[in-house]
Design a protein around this ligand. Structure first.
Ligand code: FES
Ligand code: FES
Length: 220
């Protein structure tokens, strides 16, 4: 180094210690730059590939206005128009006028709106109507045969398993789903199957009695 040349300042890290340096890096090349390059290259390629896939298959946007949909409820197909944001519960109640299921919490916590979708219980307030297309939906209206109550409905009446009745359609559907999957549940199994339903009137003991009284007799 020539005597009038100033010594190069050492890089200092935020802690005050000299920053680590790579001793033998060629000029214009650093480990950091290398890592940046190998990390960003494939990412950039992926972004470009995704954009071109999107351009070739643009996502279908529905709404915000009404769109035509079809729902199969209790074995019957209904054609209706709903905004894409419409829940299954609102479509059933407000558009199709099937008002057996009540809107109580409207946020998936009480179970009053429980319906059976493709054999499994579902909160109708927490499912979009457009998502329910192509599925077999069963509501409490589909249980009775004419004036003959479904055995589970009859059991709820016989065991006085309701007070205000707002929760009852949901409990009935959960019980039906339980008995179709397990015709002879134990009390514990029934409790577990019904624990997604709440009753503000506190009829749990009678609901359980009703559910257990229909062991082996529920029909689909
Ligand atoms: S109204 Fe759907 S869970 Fe309460
Ligand atoms: S009977 Fe009233 S909420 Fe259950």
């Amino acid at each position: 180094m020539a005597s009038n040349e100033k010594p190069r300042a050492k890089a200092v890290s935020p802690s005050g210690r000299p920053a680590p340096t790579a001793p033998d890096e060629p000029p214009g090349f650093s480990r950091r730059n290398f890592l940046k390059t190998v990390g960003v290259g494939p990412l950039a390629a992926t972004v470009v590939a995704n954009r071109s896939a999107e351009a070739q298959n643009p996502a279908r946007t529905l709404g915000p206005g009404e769109v035509p949909i079809e729902l199969t409820i209790n074995g019957r197909t209904h054609a209706l128009r709903v905004e894409p944001r419409t829940t299954l519960l609102d479509a059933i109640r407000n558009t199709l006028d099937l008002t057996g299921h009540k809107r109580v919490c409207d946020r998936g916590s009480c179970g009053a709106c429980t319906v059976i979708v493709d054999g499994r219980t579902a909160y109708a307030c927490s499912m979009l109507a457009i998502e329910a297309q192509g599925k077999a939906i069963r509501t409490v209206e589909g249980l009775a045969l004419g004036t003959v109550l479904h055995p589970v409905q009859k059991a709820f009446c016989d065991h006085d398993g309701l007070m205000c009745g707002f929760c009852t359609p949901g409990f009935v559907m959960s019980t039906v789903a339980l008995l179709e999957a397990n015709p002879n549940p134990t009390a514990d199994q029934a409790r577990r199957a019904l624990d997604g339903n709440t009753c503000r009137c506190g009829t749990y003991a009678r609901v359980l009695e009703a559910a257990l009284s229909t062991k082996g007799v529920a029909r689909g």
